[in-house]
Design a protein around this ligand. Sequence first.
Ligand code: CA
Length: 526
Amino acid sequence: MIRLLNTPSRCGAFFVLVALLFDSSLFGDEGQQSHAPKRPNILFLFTDDHAYQAISCYGSVLNQTPNIDRLAAAGMRFDRCLVTNSICGPSRAVILSGKYSHLNGFRQNGDRFDGSQVTFPKLLQEVGYQTALFGKWHLESEPTGFDQWMVLPDQGQYYNPKFLVPGGETTIEGYCTEIITERSLQWLERERDQEKPFLLMVQHKAPHREWMPGPKQLNLYRDVTFPEPETLFDDYANRASVLKENQMEIARHMRPGEDLKLWRPDDQSKAAENFFRRMTPSQRHAWNDAYSPDNARYFARQLEGREQTRYFYQRYLQDYLRCIAAVDESIGELLNYLDKRGLAENTLVVYSSDQGFYLGEHGWYDKRWAFEQSLRTPLVVRWPGVVPPGRSNSELVSNLDFAPTFLSAAGVAPPVEMQGKPLQPLLRGEPAPADWRQSFYYRYYELGTHNVAAHEAVVTADHKLIHYTARLNNERKREAINEWDLIDLRLDPNELRSFYTAPSHAEIRTRLEQELQRLRVELKAD
Ligand code: CA
């Protein structure tokens, strides 16, 4: 606590007050306090749709991510970080507010975030942090709580993107991932007040659909054949009927042009024109050089059925993983900067994504469902002096916990309305506190895109009870439904079968139904 009081801050008096009110155990025992004496800087490295299956420290069989691994080697990898609502805008709203969608008001993409509500960046500003956000935002309203920001409008563009800035907009030539990185480095080096701790949120568009690689990665993985997931040809049997209604299958729903880059050289369509319209002639030239030979071979082969699906899967992964290679390189540049400026020791670095993603599991791309690949999101935390190096953790943690964690790190008691918990006890490598969550409530609202049913779920270490509540009918109108799946992750890790009506699972089903009801009440779910 003595070190805390010495923290240089213009809001010193306020900070001392919060620090005194606040449970000093969040900073660890006496011995650990001495290693984390100052309020840490917070570097939040964030991507859009990055599957844990495509991160080597998570055991990827697809690619290498040496810079995310570098964070994990010096910090902690969370193996069961769950999102409350597996889609872009809602996840971001949860992270900022520390509250579920039904309380922060942002349930589905297209909603507008109420920027007047309490968010962790605002609270950090109040105690003297300098805050900046660069990259994808996707919350419709203007960012609040940031001293400096530059955000992509809506989904943004990979090539020569337009950005919104305070009071206007700007277009920057180049590749989106590199531009966001350079803007972040510029702020760190030249724009921030070096006397204050900082919060910097670096939020990439990558690797979101349409998975457009940057000029430097166009030829990566050209001759690689990726292993296929066991469930690439899932037939959606033995689970709720709404699974079959999905429109996110590699086999049936990918667009050959935009998604798979299978453009014919003479394609004069509006779709092709739109796809390439932002590129400069030299960017277009490099792109054509990279893709044309493979495309010519594809069109000559006239693949069908499973053979075609397998080819689509390979093409999808090539581009997806190329986008990630640029993200990993960006992370390396930022970590190198922290090292070079002596900032690494006092900076809490987080790597995460807005949700997970299907890389062919269940035959899918995209996200939304309560199955593992999209429910889980990567979370790697490096915090020298607090997090012992090279650890992993399999407790149920969530993107709800990010805001309380960052606030606690800064010595601010999280507001009671926030529904997550500070991760500090886990980060210190201690056993989970006795009251740590043993079950987790999930809720997905959006109907329409990809035709995924609305659902809620209760998730534990070994089971999931999923309740499908609404679908779109043939007239594309909302229709209430009442379908249930009970997943047993121990017996069926690929989530191919529901045990909802199995006598063997009657007892666990009852317990999960009760738990679902308890969580709805506790979390004020509507
Ligand atoms: Ca996303």
